[in-house]
Design a protein around this ligand. Sequence first.
Ligand code: ZN
Length: 184
Amino acid sequence: MTKKEYFNRQKKVADYLMEKANIVLKEDEIPSIEIIDYGFEDDPIIGFQLYTYINTSRYCAKELILYPHQTCIQHKHPPFEGSVGKQETFRVRYGTLYLHVPGEEDSKCKAVIPKGAECYMREAKKELILHAGDMYTLQPDTWHWFQSGDEGCIVSEFSSCSTDENDILSDPRVQHTLAEVEDE
Ligand code: ZN
């Protein structure tokens, strides 16, 4: 997408945060909103949006923004450089989150695995349904993926240090995380 399209998408995320959860991002913070599509630019269901407030070697805070049925694909945060790996706590601020973690599969599972990714999202079968005000803490090195419900979802994430380059994604088709912006 072009730089202009990318910026319009960033502004839409800031508007959505304000409208749905009364979360303010300042004008000069909007350009730091990340649009994550894992390279699946033609599949609007794969990917989500992200704003990082702070990320240091000791702690990290983010907002995760998912439009209806958007999906963060299966991944885990393994140990790295003397750390046990990223531990993350999700708190839903708006909407519903279908969070998948290892465990028994439920036949009434609400989330729908994106077409073509079925074989890469098998480890985290147990579905937890989180609504606004619900929290869940994921231990390091644990497979997980998540999808929003019909209204979309806003999730605050509190974690130890976040290092994308150490994350393990189970889908080998993923080439990159952020949506690509063309040079004009
Ligand atoms: Zn994660």
